[in-house]
Design a protein around this ligand. Sequence first.
Ligand SMILES: Cc1cc2nc3c(=O)[nH]c(=O)nc-3n(C[C@H](O)[C@H](O)[C@H](O)COP(=O)(O)O)c2cc1C
Length: 435
Amino acid sequence: MTQRVSSPGTGGCLPGKANVGREFLARVQRDYEKLATQGLPLKLEAYLLEEYGADVSTEYAGLPVRNPWGKASGQLSMNLRQVQEDLDARLGFVVLKTVIAQNESGLQSMDAWAVREARMDVETILGRDGEPGWTVTWKGRGWWQSFDEYLDLVRQSQAEAVPSGTLIVPSCKFHLPGPDEVDWRIDEYEFSTRALLTAWLSGGGEQFSAMPLEKDFSPTLAGSDRATARARIVEWLQRVPVLIRNAVSPATGTNSPVRVGLKVFNAMFEDDFQLELLDTIHAALPADRADFFVYGNRLFDPDREFAGHRGVAYGGPDLSDRNLRVMAAFAAEMNSAGRKPIPWSATGNICSGKMAIEYALLGATTFQLHTYFQLPLSEYVMSRGTRTQRALHELYFHPERGYLTWLEHIRQSAGSDHLPTIRDLPSLCEAVKVR
Ligand SMILES: Cc1cc2nc3c(=O)[nH]c(=O)nc-3n(C[C@H](O)[C@H](O)[C@H](O)COP(=O)(O)O)c2cc1C
């Protein structure tokens, strides 16, 4: 039965240093240096396959994507220029900024989340165990322009993405009843889901079999009185997939035009509650279940002040520690019950290929990043290209922290004759675990 989290500590299972042969390391090092000045190969996935035998194709929301790297929803996917840069960098998917749902008359019950805010501070942060990392501090929330402008962004982004096949994913914050509310604003679910799907399809989205839609349960909810009652939060996770799906079609799975994803937030309760949320998602009957989930949005510090505002979300090493710890416990629970989780995408302090692999060992099939795509340029070795391209260069090729080095480490530890795919990784978790 449910194995609960008992002690704190990092959830990662990889050792500090990769155990990789000299020859492999020299090859990665050569590429790291060469590509830093030349730029990434245009057909990067083909290059990785030919040179290293690394197949990085995978699935997001059960839909095929050419690689696992995605832009997480936020300030870096607010306009077409930003999306275009990510298409040029050939990200696997781009999650657009979260829009606040509305009904046909323009009523937004969650309008407190449509806050305009430009200032963002990218800062270093120390985790509880002293590990250094990065966090972005700001006090904004969701999309603050009109809903129609968001629909334009969906349509235009999707149209631009057609040639590259990058998946464009809208994100929406729908109504969630607070502690004293009884009713759900179903009209907001209906109007917004239909409008988003129409925009996505008119941009050419039908090349994919369905539109993935992330439902944002943002970390700022953790600090609002809406999120004070556990039972209420559990109820949100139970009801939301049904309401979104029913807005367009009662069909489920591959027959539904929308794939419903729940972006689970870190609530202000203990790890056990996070597990309860994951259990809740999986306990639903197939017709009522989310198609995928994203784990796990940032932590919330109710006491910290920023720009005259009390209570901010933060990330960094404590976020990935918590996420990995919870997901490790959840994976163990699923394994012992002989069950598999629905597809999930990882988010939270993914600032290296190594960290991405930590999440993949626990079952994540894609990685969505925000913070790592907005570091100072001095943090990337590559001397050309956009931040997204520079970040990808580090994520794949960094000799100590990169994805290739850690795939090779796992290949060696597992005694395999080829580099594992992302789908292979969960079954190799035990073989690579540091004890
Ligand atoms: C400035 C900023 C704005 C964000 N806005 C949103 C948002 O609108 N919707 C959402 O679902 N997540 C939002 N996020 C959360 C990110 O999508 C991401 O899940 C989270 O920051 C963890 O990833 P990271 O550690 O790579 O930053 C935001 C994060 C930051 C830093």
